[in-house]
Design a protein around this ligand. Structure first.
Ligand SMILES: *Cc1c(COP(=O)(O)O)cnc(C)c1O
Length: 385
């Protein structure tokens, strides 16, 4: 039987046609499709401005830079995330620290954040940016984080790489005005794909303009500069990057966004089916708070390991031998050798470490059939015996 992956993209003929159409035009790199993709995504999410870039990682990097993160500053994030959320702060020359997670959701714990902020204020070491992650597609408690941001004077970059189409208190992620910048990723495993790609969403025009300048070398052009110096003239007034998205990618993104309602409703349907079928198994199903509606990027169950350490490993290996390619999200970032070498060590963020020991991501993607899901549940039942 064909192996079942933990995630996969869903590409149809309309997506293929959209990409081929761009190849027949004069624009291949950043052109009119970029503006169209930005307009479609910001309208969908309810944000004022959007900037498309080459990856979610590039979007995080430029978001941090646009908020002024640099040497001497600190960024705080959750240890339960992909390494890029933390790495991008180091790209800026800043320091990284972590805030432990809520054991139920795996999202950054607001109480732990508040305690850490009070302590940091006493030591005059407040963070410049806090980057909460909407882990698995479940939005963080954004209103509480916003309140703390206003009280302690830090900026919020919401890493919503998992959460396009999720909602928080009735607002889609990226709308609602809670975060200063919201970051999306269009990597193939995410809710929609552009091959690779990312986007920043913000309600602040100046931040958006800075990101759009930095994604293309820090270079500015414009009618006024042309008038003054000649039509060839451009000016570099900051150190930027080549983080441009191509029109080829944007065309795929636009086409995928047209299909997002179907993607999300299938993911939600599969999540409901999992919850129903897993009820009789000795596993902890994902937490669903009242304040938010997940996009179900990941379906992370937890396996209680108090009676048998390494139980999750045994279940993972048994699933693999039945052709079920589960995954684990995430190895806590502070336990990576690179971060240990920077002074982090086991025991620093105990809830994140416990979450990691128990977590198992079951296959979930929009193109998954009921039969494949039943195969996963059956294999899991046998693996737990
Ligand atoms: C995917 C992901 C990223 C990075 O996105 P890329 O588009 O792969 O660069 C960042 N943070 C989280 C939480 C992610 O899942």
């Amino acid at each position: 039987m064909k192996p079942i992956p933990y995630a996969r993209q869903s590409i149809d003929e309309s997506d293929i046609e959209a990409v081929v159409d761009v190849l027949r035009t004069d624009w291949i790199t950043q052109g009119p499709k970029i503006e169209e993709f930005e307009r479609e995504v910001r309208t969908y999410c309810g944000a004022t401005h959007a900037a498309a870039v080459s990856s979610g990682t590039a979007a995080l990097h430029l978001a941090y830079l646009a908020l002024g993160l640099g040497p001497g500053d600190t960024l705080w994030t959750s240890p339960i995330t992909f390494v890029a959320t933390a790495n991008c702060a180091l790209y800026c020359g800043a320091e990284v620290d972590f805030v432990d997670v809520d054991p139920a959701s795996g999202n950054l714990c607001v109480d732990a954040l508040e305690r850490k902020l009070e302590d940091a204020r006493r030591r005059n070491r407040l963070p410049k940016i806090v980057a909460p992650v909407d882990f698995t597609g479940l939005p963080c408690d954004l209103a509480s984080i916003r309140t703390l941001a206003d009280r302690f004077g830090f900026s919020v970059v919401e890493d919503a790489s998992h959460a396009l189409g999720a909602s928080y208190r009735g607002d889609r992620v990226g709308g609602g005005g809670y975060a200063d910048i919201t970051v999306l990723s269009f990597h193939p495993v995410k809710i929609i794909t552009a091959g690779e790609g990312g986007m920043t969403l913000t309600d602040h025009g100046r931040i958006d303009a800075t990101i759009k300048k930095l994604r293309s070398h820090g270079i500015e052009r414009g009618a006024q500069l042309s008038q003054e110096h000649g039509a060839w003239y451009y000016e570099q007034d900051a150190l930027g990057y080549n983080y441009r998205m191509t029109d080829i990618q944007a065309a795929l993104g636009i086409s995928q966004l047209q299909r997002i309602d179907g993607f999300l409703s299938r993911r939600r349907e599969l999540a409901v089916r999992y919850a129903d079928k897993l009820r009789r198994l000795p596993v902890i199903a994902p937490h669903q708070p009242d304040h938010a509606r997940s996009s179900w990027h990941l379906y992370v169950i937890r396996i209680d390991d108090s009676d048998a350490p390494a139980k999750r490993r045994a279940v993972f290996d048994r699933l693999a031998s039945s052709g079920i390619r589960a995954n684990v999200h995430y190895i806590p970032v502070h336990l990576q050798p690179f971060y240990r070498a920077r002074g982090f060590s086991p025991g620093m963020f105990p809830e994140a470490e416990r979450y990691y020991r128990q977590a198992l991501s079951l296959p979930l993607y929009a193109g998954m059939s009921d039969e494949d899901q039943d195969r996963v549940v059956l294999a899991l039942e046998q693996a737990l015996k």
